[in-house]
Design a protein around this ligand. Sequence first.
Ligand code: 5GP
Ligand code: MG
Length: 180
Amino acid sequence: MRKFSIVPMFTEMQIAQRVDQVADDIAKDFKGQDLIMIGLLTGSFIFLADLMRAIHAHGLILQVDFMTVSSYGAATESSGIVKMLKDIHINVRDRPVLLVDDILDSGRTLQYTTTELLKKGPSLIKTCVLLDKPERRIMPVHADYVGFEVPDTFVVGYGLDYDGRYREVPAISRVEFHEE
Ligand code: 5GP
Ligand code: MG
């Protein structure tokens, strides 16, 4: 593996404050609606857990389910092909859906998952990501709710991994790779 160091970007407290603001926006926008949140595993699980409890604190009730699609594997660059590994179980027909992911990069994952979800006939699909790397976009997608915009760097922590590691770290850092 290449030599690298971990450089802090967002503290646990900064993340908590921003998650609360995003949750407030979502709770207002979906007030009185029977919202279903769908988390994309594995990266979104910590963000989603915090986000749904913050949404609850802002007075909205909801249901949750998860979808797994193929992603980076052990590399830091996507293969470009997205595949469904685990579909949702909940019936989303005629109900509003909030699709939640950790980070929006090329846009392939959100493009693919929204297309798949649309086939199930929800009344509406909105998207929420903790992090957005707009410079990296290949597909014409955007997220309706964004925690933080980040530059074109590889980030870890708060659910995001590097080769399966660092997901449990409460803060978000970028990985700085060193030339050998
Ligand atoms: P996209 O399909 O938009 O290119 O990529 C989205 C997925 O790639 C995310 O769900 C995430 O799993 C992964 N990803 C993209 N950028 C990063 C990053 O900087 N760090 C980590 N750990 N995963 C990333
Ligand atoms: Mg992911």
